[in-house]
Design a protein around this ligand. Structure first.
Ligand code: FDM
Ligand code: MG
Length: 212
């Protein structure tokens, strides 16, 4: 524990479409928090380093085919296998900046037509984020940024469906940032939200489970 004095870290999740800027903002946030003397780590889901993660990675790169329900549960399993480590980190004062979480799980699978509540079910009991920030961008604008790789979901038509599913999923607790702004403006707004959240957790905001 750094200057946290025994207080817990915050679970902060960034969500958004592909090319919304999540990964760049996550690394900026990490440097910012570490620079302030906080203990912080950058995590991402899927975590492709585990056994399950390798199956997911192969599926995403179109090197294997899986039934939609099956891959959905593997994405969830990939979060479950990290749950206890996640809880330990948070309890010992490390803040986690997480690039995608259960919301991606539900948005991407329900965009394929899977039942919404069925998609949410395997996430029950995972740690609930202290802050969810949605980097909001129109699918058309995100596509214009270029840089879609060749992965399975990186197509405009599918991203449009995912955007609609995120709309169904999002609630009043989410912070929404216009991701079409200059990168520094997005960063500035994010930093303010994240610092407030880290402080609230230090002051004793309890950890809870999905779905709140
Ligand atoms: N994705 C990500 C899912 O379909 N379900 C999930 O639970 C998660 C975490 O995987 F298209 C999708 C979202 C994205 C792809 O993510 C890989 P990255 O962030 O592009 O690596
Ligand atoms: Mg991607």
């Amino acid at each position: 524990r750094d200057h946290n004095n025994g207080s817990r870290g915050a679970l902060i999740v960034l969500e958004g479409l592909d090319r919304s800027g999540k990964s760049s903002q996550c690394s900026r946030l990490l440097s910012y928090l570490v620079g302030l003397g906080h203990s912080a780590e950058l995590w991402r889901f899927p975590d492709r380093s585990t056994g399950v993660g390798k199956i997911i990675s192969s599926y995403l790169s179109n090197n294997s085919q899986l039934d939609d329900h099956t891959i959905h549960m593997l994405f969830s399993a990939n979060r479950w296998e990290k749950r206890s480590l996640m809880e330990n980190k948070l309890e010992t004062g490390t803040t986690l900046i997480v690039d995608r979480y259960s919301y991606s799980g539900v948005a991407f699978s329900s965009a394929k037509g899977l039942h919404f509540e069925w998609c949410k079910a395997p996430e029950i009991g995972l740690l609930a984020p202290d802050l969810v920030v949605y980097l909001d961008i129109l699918p058309e604008k995100a596509a214009e940024r270029g840089g879609y790789g060749g992965e399975r979901y990186e197509h405009l038509e599918f991203q449009k469906k995912v955007a609609r599913c995120y709309q169904v999923l999002r609630d009043s607790s989410w912070e929404i940032i216009d991701a079409c702004q200059p990168i520094e403006d997005v960063e500035k707004q994010l930093k303010g939200m994240v610092l407030d959240c880290v402080m609230a957790c230090q002051k004793g905001k309890p950890l809870s489970n999905l779905w709140p």
